[in-house]
Design a binder for this molecule. Structure first.
Ligand SMILES: *[C@@H]1O[C@H](CO)[C@@H](O)[C@H](O)[C@H]1NC(C)=O
Ligand SMILES: *[C@@H]1O[C@H](CO)[C@@H](O)[C@H](O)[C@H]1NC(C)=O
Ligand SMILES: *[C@@H]1O[C@H](CO)[C@@H](O)[C@H](O)[C@H]1NC(C)=O
Length: 225
């Protein structure tokens, strides 16, 4: 009997540890809601946002409008993402969710990027997208799909992913994130557009190319020159 109990206990502890280690979303809310306030006069930082007095909270805190409006995609990559994080939608504070609208011009691309704090589910509502992500080392496996209107694709948290508009028309997708602040690391901007720039020696060795190739790439992505 004792042995059984010990076995059961170690099984429960193991299960608890597995649950603990695979839990990768935002912390669970400790109250029904916690509408964020934007008060820079409060001189401390917390992991998240301060909560508005629940008695002053209204239905307006829980609505976000305007995602029906297409954005201008006339830029070098031909796409624009409208991220709805806690910064623009205080009502999602502590709830572990966020979302975005992504507009694509014909042949536009949402360049390779990662969200360090969120998995993403992308749903195409208009057009045809080629979407994919790459697994981490050592495999670096590429998974891709062609997505049509109504199709959804999931990008696991932290992995590099992208979408390309395959059609000759505009495309629109909506993305849902498992974080109120998913974060966005654009690979090209981070590597070739940092401020200050990463040392040439680092980039020439990392990419195994000459300095002029690096300079060329930096010229495309440097935002401080
Ligand atoms: C909110 O309202 C309730 C009921 O009127 C009251 O008891 C409570 O003190 C109020 N909370 C705050 C933070 O003012
Ligand atoms: C879209 O942006 C481009 C480049 O900034 C600009 O030239 C163009 O007028 C804009 N189009 C609309 C409809 O606002
Ligand atoms: C909160 O403040 C930031 C920085 O001042 C600003 O960019 C943002 O729009 C504000 N958000 C809201 C909901 O007022």
């Amino acid at each position: 009997m004792k042995k059984m109990e010990a076995k059961l206990l170690s099984y429960i502890v193991l299960c608890a540890m597995v649950v603990f280690f695979v839990s990768a979303s935002d912390p669970s809310p400790l109250q029904d809601f916690c509408v964020a306030v934007n008060d820079s006069r409060i001189g401390v930082f917390v992991n998240g946002k301060f909560c508005k007095d629940p008695n002053l909270t209204t239905a307006d805190d829980f609505i976000f409008t305007g995602l029906n409006i297409p954005r201008n995609t006339s830029n070098p990559v031909g796409s624009v993402a409208t991220l709805v994080s806690v910064d623009v939608f205080p009502g999602i504070n502590t709830l572990g969710v966020g979302f975005a609208r992504i507009d694509f011009s014909p042949n536009g691309v949402n360049p390779p990027h990662t969200h360090p704090r969120a998995s993403e589910i992308l749903t195409v509502v208009e057009g045809t997208l080629f979407a994919g992500f790459v697994t981490s080392n050592p495999d670096n496996r590429l998974f891709t799909k062609v997505l049509f209107s109504g199709d959804a694709f999931v990008f696991p948290v932290g992995l590099i992913h992208f979408q390309l508009n395959l059609g000759n028309t505009y495309a629109v997708a909506f993305a849902a994130f498992s974080s109120q602040n998913p974060g966005h690391i654009d690979i090209t901007n981070a590597v070739f557009g940092s401020t200050p720039p990463i040392l040439d020696d680092v980039l020439t060795k990392a990419f195994q190319v000459d300095e002029d190739v690096i300079r060329n790439l930096q010229a495309q992505f440097r935002t401080d020159n």
